[in-house]
Design a binder for this molecule. Structure first.
Ligand code: PHE
Length: 449
């Protein structure tokens, strides 16, 4: 059977940008910037995207494009043996771990759309809103229900396949997402005191930069660009021959970064406008912002659109991660695509419910909290700090040191029309700069550097 491909450039770009733009941009990026000194973090982040993110993205798309299969199969097709398939295996396992917490947070976004529509935040104090969030998270069925709804939504889109599912929906959802962010950004300008937010956000105080900030920015760049997990590889394998991969990578990285920066332009003016701490951490979006919406004129509309934005962004990302699982199972085990979809969705259902449960304080200790860390957090930490950077490192080591330079040159310059100069710069980063940076981060994390 002929393998599916995206039918148009716009559709391909929408799908890839859809994968990149997700909870990482709207939930994680603002709180990381808030915790790590605002403007200083942004500068470091931009550098990470440019020097590491773009080369890694181009590498991953290229491997998929050349290998024309899921991560495991693509590496086998390229090398003729199974040695490098570890890249695909790592990504495949990683996809279950990442989705374990991702679907849960995505489910929360639906609950918050619902609560926004019901007007539950209006006029409430911060304490009530915090309590509501906990009551919801610790509830015996609501968080699970929304998680299940999100898994089903994702599965329904994927059921229709690459072109009629992923591509078609991305073409609708991504423009919608851009309209919502733009609307919220403009809206935020007119909030009283919004200037304070911009000041914080654009305060380039370089004394705030330290190793932790760099590591946070680097992990975030990988997470946000959907790297190291085979998602971009599988999308690369659906890209039509001849498409300019270098240009596509730059476009994806630019749009992804744009949305992250814009999300900050929505969040910080709002937060400062009401004198709230910008360093609230992961709860910034789910507690801090509703507290802001509660007091804000027009907060009702603002909150509906904001959480809708979060849900849409999350959906186009979960689509790409679940696709890794579906394609891998279908291709590697020669299983019917629909059967494979049902199988992985059921597995995710179990994993996600466990992650969601691990957040609940249980008398006598929660069985899914290990050494004081919940399964939910373990999944987040393992993916952001280990699997994604490790996957990225392996991909770049393979392409830079084990794949013939002439072959890569042929694919990128001759076949997909990347300029000679850009290829040279890319190849230099691919071989030296990017792997060294990643290695330094690993050593730093192990306390060796
Ligand atoms: N890039 C997505 C986000 O920012 C998350 C993601 C990671 C998607 C890895 C696919 C693979 O939310």
């Amino acid at each position: 059977m002929k393998r599916s491909t995206f039918s148009s450039k716009f559709g391909m770009l929408a799908a890839a940008v859809g994968s990149a733009v997700g909870l990482g941009n709207i939930w994680k990026f603002p709180y990381l910037a808030g915790e790590n000194g605002g403007g200083a973090f942004i500068i470091v982040y931009l550098l990470c995207v440019l020097f590491l993110g773009v080369p890694a993205l181009l590498s991953e798309l290229s491997l998929g494009y050349i290998g024309r299969s899921n991560g495991i199969g693509a590496m086998r097709n390229i090398t003729g043996n199974n040695r490098w398939s570890i890249i695909g295996i790592l990504g495949f396992l990683g996809s279950f771990i990442i989705l374990g917490f991702y679907f849960v947070v995505a489910g929360w976004s639906l609950e918050f759309v619902y609560q926004s529509v019901m007007g539950s935040f209006i006029g409430q104090s911060g304490e009530v809103i915090t309590q509501n969030f906990d009551t919801f998270r610790f509830d015996t069925w609501r968080p699970y229900l929304w998680t299940v709804v999100f898994i089903v939504l994702t599965a329904v889109v994927l059921y229709a396949g690459v072109e009629k599912g992923i591509e078609k929906w991305s073409k609708v959802l991504m423009p919608m997402l851009f309209v919502i962010v733009a609307y919220l950004c403009v809206y935020a300008i007119f909030l009283p005191n919004s200037g304070e937010g911009y000041k914080f956000y654009f305060d380039f105080d370089f004394s705030k930069i330290n190793a932790d900030v760099v590591i946070a920015a680097l992990g975030q760049a990988f997470f946000s660009l959907s790297l190291g997990m085979g998602a971009m590889m599988i999308y690369g394998s659906y890209i039509e021959k001849g498409t300019n991969l270098a240009k596509t990578s730059i476009q994806i990285a630019s749009l992804d970064t744009l949305v992250a920066v814009l999300a900050g332009l929505v969040v910080f003016p709002a937060v400062f406008s009401f004198g709230i701490d910008p360093a609230a951490g992961p709860q910034l979006v789910f507690i801090t912002l509703p507290t802001v919406f509660a007091q804000m004129t027009g907060g009702y509309i603002f909150s509906i659109f904001f959480f809708l934005l979060l849900a849409v962004a999350a959906l186009t990302s979960t689509i790409s991660i679940l696709e890794v699982q579906i394609a891998t199972v279908a291709e590697e085990f020669k299983m019917n695509r629909k059967l494979s979809l049902v199988l992985v969705s059921v597995i995710m259902l179990v994993v996600c419910c466990m992650c969601s449960y691990s957040l609940i304080p249980v008398e006598g200790g929660n069985e899914l909290v290990f050494f004081g860390v919940s399964l939910f957090d373990i999944c987040d930490i393992i993916t952001s700090y280990i699997i994604l950077p490790l996957g990225g490192l392996l991909i770049m080591l393979f392409l830079g040191w084990f794949y013939k330079k002439e072959d890569l040159h042929y694919v990128l310059v001759v076949e997909t029309k990347c300029s000679e100069g850009l290829f040279k710069v890319y190849y230099f980063f691919l071989r030296f700069i990017a792997p060294l940076l990643l290695l330094a981060v690993f050593l730093q994390q192990l306390g060796l550097f």
